[in-house]
Design a protein around this ligand. Structure first.
Ligand code: ADP
Length: 651
């Protein structure tokens, strides 16, 4: 076995690989970018090397740099994890040249499976069923259209170099073919520098079922059963489970054999995944699944396979890479129970799943029996805008599917994340959806049910906003020292307007949107009577004060940020004359050119905010005096955050 291992990755997968390496007594070497110097994977490693700028193209994607560090650090082997350089044949080659072991298959195997078209031809030859379609070299538009006609609509156009659903277009009717082809080519060209496409029959009621395989390059190849990854959004996996619901021994054997043949056809070595698309319109059938592609690396969802087999896939990868061979026969692999994984992302389901990066004001993931958590961030860390905004994977195991799903639902319910928006409520709604529980789902399930899955009930949102308003008032009251003042609601908050009754209106911002409530003073504390829509108060999981003095309310997996307009972020203009300078985006306040009390003239440069390597200058919109500066150089600032206030000269 190796004595040292460099992990050419970051986040949860780097941490997960290190855990196994440490258990095996292997010295762990981490690499990190500017953005990751305090990251968990750096802390966990025995040693860590800085490799460059925050953007992946300046660090995690530079193969030469990684080889250089590996040599200097004396690494025996490099584990690439998933993503980044994990399917980069050049890295595999450079490793060999440098006398370092690449934990993965040969460069030839990576190349053979790298292009979907070539891989499909290869698989056809090896007797692996492939989706009916055209995957040849002729890229003439008219010819491809003719092929689409012969295959029969609906068809899928796929970029041969594709990945992550990019360059893929579903064409339902012949009249849409030309436009779809053009846009698929454009997207593929931009993303992969390769415009070539293939045409495939679009399988109706498609289920994504993949086989985990292992081979040692010495003629031994086995499979570790299947995973069902049919719950997808934009062709990206959201929930993965093993075994596949409705799987029979007959189909599993046929699929396993096909997957092992696929691996043998490229003299594969290490962990790999053979992805199949199954026509699920009639249940899983031995003659209705087709090869889609092979991923020549460890997958994000490998833990569900570990849970049902009791094997450590990273350990097996290291053993095979170290030349120790596979010491397991197919009939020694046992399937125990059921496992499900959910990917928690920093994203905003209510707003088209836009990434929602930033400071984790709270991260508390449920540790319970049957629950395994894989994460690369800690409470108080930032979710970086530079990389995939995954916060954690929650993996559960149970005696059967229902138990595993119940455990996942509970674990999601008990997990609290504040700061970035997350998809927790969406994941929970999915896990608990009746048709998903009843095995009635395919890859279109999320899209078909999107509205129900991403929108909290309006009443819930209102109630959460009201709770936030109450917390803010309470906070204000607690902040008053004089007991007499404390008892009186009328002096406590600038959001109040004095009325002649013991109730008063309060304006707040809830997730940036203005809302008004009437606050009454009941039993010495503030209270709000909710409108008709919100009859029930939600079970609040947490309220916490955010970095700008507002309140974050967490309930049922949703998050509402409440603030008084004074602390406002985007969406509530308390200026209008340009006297308040706000950050135009999430980023870093790079430089401040003015100080409190400085005189400024219209057009003067006040500050620079930087995000994604782009600098934005903030300038004065009027002549005046700097009356307030609310951040210091180096601060992370959010979009709409108030940075500087200028008072007009004649005020
Ligand atoms: P990528 O490499 O871009 O992720 P894949 O070829 O792996 O693309 O396909 C991604 C997803 O698209 C699959 O998991 C499946 O949901 C869907 N898909 C792919 N091919 C077909 C097909 N022929 N018919 C129906 N759906 C398909």
């Amino acid at each position: 076995m190796f004595s040292s291992l460099l992990i050419a990755n970051r986040g949860e997968i780097a941490c997960r690989i290190m855990r196994t390496a440490k258990r095996l007594g292997i010295r762990t070497i981490a690499v990190y970018s500017d953005a990751d110097k305090d990251a968990l994977h750096v802390e966990m490693a025995d040693e860590a090397w800085h490799i460059g700028g925050a953007a992946a193209t300046e660090s995690y994607l530079i193969a030469n740099k990684i080889i250089e560090v590996a040599k200097e650090a004396g690494a025996d082997a490099i584990h690439p994890g998933y993503g980044f350089l994990s399917e980069n044949a050049e890295l595999a080659e450079s490793c060999t040249e440098a006398g370092i072991v690449f934990v993965g298959p040969s460069a030839e195997a990576i190349r053979a499976m790298g292009l979907k078209g070539t891989a499909k031809s290869l698989m056809e030859k090896a007797g692996v069923p492939v989706v009916p379609g055209y995957h040849g070299n002729n890229q003439d538009g008219k010819f491809l259209k003719q092929k689409a006609y012969e295959i029969g609509y609906p068809v899928l156009i796929k970029a041969v170099a594709g990945g992550g659903g990019k360059g893929m277009r579903l064409v339902e009717k012949v009249k849409n073919f030309d436009d779809a082809l053009e846009s698929a080519r454009r997207e593929a060209g931009a993303a992969f520098g390769n415009e070539e496409v293939l045409i495939e029959k679009f399988i109706t009621s498609p289920r994504h079922v993949e086989m985990q395989i292992f081979a040692d390059g010495k003629g031994n190849a086995i499979h570790l059963f299947e995973r069902d990854c049919s719950l997808q959004r934009r062709h990206q996996k959201v929930i993965e489970e093993a075994p596949a619901p409705g799987m029979t021994d007959e189909v599993r054997n046929a699929m396993g054999e096909a997957a092992v043949n696929a691996a043998k056809a490229v003299n594969y070595s290490g962990a790999g995944t053979v992805e199949f698309i199954a026509d699920g319109s009639d249940g899983l059938r031995p003659d209705r699944f087709f090869f889609m592609e092979m991923n020549t690396r460890l997958q994000v969802e490998h833990p569900v396979t570990e849970e049902i087999t009791g094997l450590d896939l990273v350990e097996m990868q290291l053993q095979v890479a170290a030349g120790e061979g596979l010491d397991l026969d197919q009939d020694e692999i046992a399937l125990n129970g059921h496992s499900v994984e959910a990917r928690i992302y920093a994203e905003d389901p209510e707003n088209g799943f836009l990434p929602s990066t930033g400071h984790l004001a709270l991260l508390s993931l449920a540790e319970m029996p049957g629950v395994r958590i894989e994460t690369g961030v800690r409470d108080g860390d930032d979710v970086s805008p530079y990389y995939d905004p995954m916060i954690a994977k929650i993996v559960t195991h149970g005696a059967n599917r229902d138990e595993a799903l119940d455990r996942l639902s509970n674990a999601l319910g008990e997990s609290l994340i504040a700061g970035p928006k997350t998809n927790i409520a969406f994941l929970r709604a999915l896990i608990d959806a009746e048709d998903f529980r009843g095995n009635k789902f395919d890859t279109g399930f999320i899209d078909r049910n999107l509205d129900d899955l991403v929108t909290p009930l309006p009443g819930l949102r209102e109630a959460m906003a009201a709770l936030g308003a109450i917390r803010i008032v309470e906070q204000r009251v607690e902040g008053q020292t004089d007991d007499a003042v404390k008892a009186s609601p009328w002096n406590v908050a600038d959001g109040f307007q004095l009325g002649d009754t013991r109730s008063t209106g309060i304006d707040i911002l809830a997730n940036g949107k203005k809302a008004s409530f009437v606050i009454e003073w009941v039993d010495g504390g503030p209270a709000i009577s909710l409108g008709a829509e919100a009859e029930d108060w939600p079970e609040v999981e947490a309220t916490l004060v955010d970095e700008r003095g507002g309140v974050i309310v967490l309930a049922e997996g949703w998050q509402v940020r409440v603030s008084l307009p004074d602390y406002s972020t985007a969406g509530f203009d308390d200026d209008g004359d340009g006297s308040v300078i706000r950050s135009p985006m999430h980023g870093k306040l790079l430089q401040l050119f003015v100080g409190d009390g400085d005189k400024v003239s219209k057009g003067d440069r006040l500050a620079i905010v930087e995000a994604m390597k782009m600098e934005h200058s903030l300038t004065a919109a009027l002549d005046g005096v700097v009356a307030e500066i609310s951040a210091v150089a180096g601060d992370q600032v959010s979009e709409g955050q108030r940075l500087i206030v200028i008072h007009n000269d004649d005020e």
